[in-house]
Design a protein around this ligand. Structure first.
Ligand code: ATP
Ligand code: MG
Length: 242
């Protein structure tokens, strides 16, 4: 039995096709993308601008509907879910980290992190307490009362990561999480993500152009013109947390 056959599959995509628009302006964003991602793996998805990376992760997080293909995530056939089930699925099972942090500007760091818990129906006191615990663990304990505008880029991204994982999702998807950060902040952010994959068996998919963070990956998947053209294991992934 191969190593892969023993590991639990979290994402299973086959022949995903996605177009935008119609007629002469129709764009083929995905042209038959295949990918499996395993539990606890940190997979980096790389490829030239416009090759379909954001489209692909939007489909597997049920934010966007594919034209055709198979997409199973955490044992669920994404296509078979109703809109309501998709919302619930995202709320419970997925964490998102974006390039530009997407924090709510009027809320403090602690309140931003508490949002997913409040949406899940937790009371405010519990949500704020759990948010503080996660921010403490990320070295932001002193800054929980700060507004996003009062934080550095690296600190804002750490708050965004805290928000993505505070509800213990099984899958965290990050779209260019370090591209607006300086080198040091980018490394710090990746160390945090690497630790989450190692300690909580969370699966991470990280879309990136940033070759300074490739060594944090377990595996690289290369995308070109709407397809995953190859993937290869990285030797150094686990060593970077030390
Ligand atoms: N809403 C949309 N309407 C029309 N075309 C779109 C839309 N979103 C993306 N596209 C097109 O689909 C293709 C894939 O886009 P996508 O955003 O998935 O690429 P990407 O790999 O994430 O690029 P980047 O690295 O620049 O973020 C591109 O040709 C893009 O112009
Ligand atoms: Mg993109």
């Amino acid at each position: 039995m191969s190593l892969d056959a023993k590991k639990k599959i979290v994402v299973h995509c086959r022949n995903i096709i996605k177009t935008y628009g119609t007629g002469a302006s129709r764009v083929f964003a995905l042209r038959g993308a295949d990918l499996d991602v395993y539990e606890g793996e940190l997979l980096m998805l790389v490829g030239p601008s416009g090759c379909g990376k954001t489209t692909f992760i939007s489909i597997l997080t049920a934010l966007l509907k594919e034209d055709s293909g198979v997409c199973e995530v955490l044992g669920k056939d994404i296509n078979a879910l109703t809109l309501e089930q998709k919302v619930l699925f995202r709320r419970e099972s997925i964490g998102f980290v974006f390039q530009l942090f997407n924090l709510l500007p009027a809320l403090t760091a602690q309140e931003n992190v508490a949002v997913p818990l409040l949406i899940q129906g937790k009371d405010r006191k519990t949500a704020l307490k759990e948010a503080k615990t996660v921010l403490d663990s990320m070295g932001l304990g002193e800054r929980i009362g700060a507004l996003p505008s009062e934080l550095s880029g690296g600190q804002q991204q750490r708050v965004a990561i805290a928000r993505a994982l505070v509800h213990h999702p099984k899958l965290i998807v990050c779209d260019e999480p370090t591209s607006s950060l300086d080198h040091e902040s980018g490394q710090m952010v990746m160390k945090l993500l690497r630790n989450i994959a190692d300690k909580e068996k969370t699966t991470l998919i990280v879309v990136t152009h940033d070759d300074r963070i490739y060594h944090f990956a377990d595996r690289m998947a290369y995308m070109e013109d709407g397809r995953i053209i190859k993937s290869e294991m990285m030797q150094t992934g686990k060593e970077t947390t030390k």
